[in-house]
Design a protein around this ligand. Sequence first.
Ligand SMILES: CC(C)(COP(=O)(O)OP(=O)(O)OC[C@H]1O[C@@H](n2cnc3c(N)ncnc32)[C@H](O)[C@@H]1OP(=O)(O)O)[C@@H](O)C(=O)NCCC(=O)NCCS
Length: 184
Amino acid sequence: MKGRERTKRGSHADTLIDGERFEQTGATVELRMRRARASEYPILWGATLQTAWDDLPEDERKRLDRRRWEAHFRKKIEPYFEGNRTEKYMAEGASGEFLGYLVLGESGFLTPETHAFIYDIWVVPEHRGKGVGKSLVEWAGEWARKRGHRKIKLEVAETNARARHVYESLGFRAERRYMGRILE
Ligand SMILES: CC(C)(COP(=O)(O)OP(=O)(O)OC[C@H]1O[C@@H](n2cnc3c(N)ncnc32)[C@H](O)[C@@H]1OP(=O)(O)O)[C@@H](O)C(=O)NCCC(=O)NCCS
């Protein structure tokens, strides 16, 4: 871990990164970021499965059995969660309270260049709406810059209005659309 390093970027970030602390200019959210322990993975699994389930298209979700879907989806994302394709960070507040987590990694498919990728972001329900989500996204951007990436990407459900607002307000823009049409 490097010492405390202060960087100022644009209007939002006045960040202490790798010093396990984050401050957002004009906001009061202070995050202490640390790697998740393997014993904490069940927390990440539970929240991720819930988010993915909530974000399924309505017409598909109503045809699925939750338990069977979970078994299927777990297998799909296991390499990202249990292997070392991603880095998992827990966010804690000033008094050590658990605020949320980030699952970060790389992704590249269309071009030879890889981009940083936010595989998952989650804030404890009682801490939502206080700027934690935005601060986590900012922290992810700093994490990516430190690794030499020039872009950070993510995927979000069209129906997840809160998450979309968080990303758009921090400069993320839709680049492709994943489209579906129900065939009667
Ligand atoms: C998405 C999530 C990470 C945001 O975290 P958060 O701590 O609530 O985010 P913040 O407090 O930083 O910001 C919330 C913003 O959304 C806005 N918002 C809240 N509900 C909204 C809604 N239904 N539609 C649009 N914007 C909404 C708030 O006004 C606030 O914006 P503002 O600061 O510009 O006023 C959190 O809601 C979460 O964990 N959701 C479940 C998991 C999830 O959906 N993850 C994303 C997967 S892609």
